[in-house]
Structure formats: structure tokens, C-alpha cells
Design a protein around this ligand. Structure first.
Ligand code: SME
Length: 167
């Protein structure tokens, strides 16, 4: 997909997400909505989903679409772990070159993982997109996915994730 079309698609999907989530207060419903609308907007989105933070350094599968994803990821493993640890978006053009990449599906070739924060700045999840083509993700994906994940900061994460204050 060329750059202009990618930008136009993200603009449209972001508007759809904002409109669909207007008045919604449930984080799980919001995550499922984000996954669905993004997954079906791009051919390159082969696996699309959230890993929720369920412990100080533990992630557990959340809403997703695509082939079977692994259930548990610790912060010391994979691209998702690196994103959670560093609290920064990670773009991997070729997963075979990323030490420790977790190959849930052998067809996965490139990926982007974006951190998700609550309004207190706590990491509550990561958003993982895998592509079955190399070099699928760039700074356009990063910009829009970070904007879309910022829409989730207004939700109360307590019912579905771990928070330091709740334990
Ligand atoms: N690619 C991830 C693992 C999760 S899946 O691909 C669904 C990683 O290495 O963190």
C-alpha cells in the first residue's frame, strides 16, 4: 500500500473508532472495537491484537483477530516484551532478524508493537500487529497507532488488567 493510501485509510479508521467508542466506558469493548476496525482495514494486518498487562512483568492475550496467538508473554521475551519493557513502539522489518522473536505463526514476517497507557501513565497493554510481508510498517503506522492507542487512556483499566495500586 502506498503512503498516501495508508494515511487516508488510517484517517478513516481513526474516525470510525472515535465514532464507535463515543460514550463507551468499557475497556474490553474498546479494545475489541479497535482490533476489528484496524484488522479489516489493511491487507497487511495478518494478526492484530492486544496483550494485557496482568502482572508487574507479565502480558496475557487480549482481544485479537488472526491465527492463534500465544497466551502468555513475559517482559523479557519477544517484540511485545521489548515494547512493554521500554514503553516505546517497536518496528521490526524482518522478525527473523529480531533476537528472541516469538513465532506464534511462521507466516509472520514483520511487525509493529505499540505501548498502551492509562491516564496515570501506567503501561496497561501492548498492541501488536503482525504482517505476512516484510517491511510492512513505518513511521506512518507508528504515528496513527500511537494516536489510536491514546484514545484508550480515558478508560478505567481496573477490571481487566493489573495495576500497582490495586494489589
Ligand atoms: N510477535 C510477538 C509474539 C506475539 S504474536 O506474534 C501474536 C513477539 O515476538 O512479541
Amino acid at each position: 500500500m502506498d503512503r498516501e493510501r495508508k494515511i487516508a485509510t488510517y484517517e478513516r479508521v481513526q474516525q470510525e473508532i472515535e465514532a464507535t467508542l463515543e460514550g463507551e466506558t468499557d475497556l474490553l469493548a474498546a479494545m475489541a472495537t479497535v482490533v476489528c476496525l484496524l484488522h479489516h482495514a489493511f491487507d497487511t494486518y495478518f494478526w492484530t491484537g492486544f496483550y494485557r498487562r496482568v502482572g508487574p512483568e507479565r502480558l496475557l492475550i487480549g482481544p485479537y483477530q488472526g491465527t492463534l496467538g500465544c497466551l502468555h508473554i513475559t517482559f523479557d521475551r519477544g517484540v511485545c516484551g521489548a515494547c512493554a519493557r521500554d514503553r516505546q513502539t517497536v518496528i521490526v522489518p524482518d522478525v527473523h532478524q529480531f533476537p528472541g522473536h516469538i513465532a506464534c505463526d511462521p507466516n509472520s514476517k514483520s511487525e509493529i508493537v505499540v505501548p498502551v497507557f492509562d491516564r496515570a501513565g501506567q503501561l496497561i497493554a501492548v498492541f501488536d500487529v503482525d504482517s505476512d510481508q516484510y517491511n510492512s510498517f513505518d513511521e506512518v503506522d507508528q504515528r496513527y497507532l500511537e494516536q489510536i492507542m491514546a484514545l484508550l487512556t480515558r478508560f478505567d483499566p481496573a477490571p481487566i488488567i493489573w495495576t500497582p495500586t490495586a494489589h
